[in-house]
Design a protein around this ligand. Structure first.
Ligand SMILES: [Fe+2]
Length: 185
């Protein structure tokens, strides 16, 4: 059986390559007052092999929709690793697993008019020796802006939705999501 590779999406301006590789990775303190989630899954090859030693970079906005490395105008700024608060790196073991916790990222405006917003999303870059690097973004099933995101042919991809429980945050429990990344050689 051959698995479909995870679809790619744009990297955006806020990636930083040198985030601390912290275990366990918990970004909740920097996210602000919002719904908490935990995302986990495995990195696998299209032939189903679990990928050991893959690097999963994650970065996301806080509950207000701001990244840790943006200025008031939204421009990306330099940020030393000690000041990285909404990003990190996870290295998989033999089981291919990764996991991290964070606050649900907020919507942020697509343009200065402030009427169009991006759905909350998690940026991801997955690197593994011998495989093509995957750059993509993950989304939540209950976000009202999923279907009116960035322009471009089919920007919204249902394959990039996180399957979470509960599907909609209930204000009490940590929403648990699962997403497996499929890399191709
Ligand atoms: Fe973003």
């Amino acid at each position: 059986m051959k698995l479909q590779p995870t679809p790619a999406q744009v990297e955006g301006p806020y990636f930083l390559a040198n985030s601390p590789a912290t275990t366990p990775l918990d970004l909740t303190a920097a996210g602000g007052k919002g719904d908490k989630f935990e995302l986990s899954g495995q990195v696998v090859s299209t032939d189903g092999t679990l990928i050991n030693g893959a690097t999963v970079h994650v970065w996301l906005a806080d509950v207000a929709g701001a990244y840790d490395n943006q200025d008031a105008q939204g421009n990306a700024i330099a940020l030393p690793p000690a000041k990285h608060r909404l990003r990190g790196r996870i290295i998989t073991g033999a089981d291919g697993k990764y996991t991290f916790k964070a606050v649900r990222p907020g919507n942020y405006p697509l343009s200065q008019n402030g009427t169009d917003f991006r759905p909350g999303h998690i940026h991801v870059k997955v690197e593994a020796k011998g495989y093509r690097t995957l750059v993509t973004q993950l989304y939540f099933q209950d976000d009202e802006y999923n279907l009116q995101d960035l322009d471009g042919d089919g920007f919204f991809k249902p394959e990039l939705l996180i399957h979470a429980s509960p599907v909609v945050p209930d204000g009490k429990s940590v929403q648990k999501g699962v997403y497996n990344f499929v890399l191709e050689k």
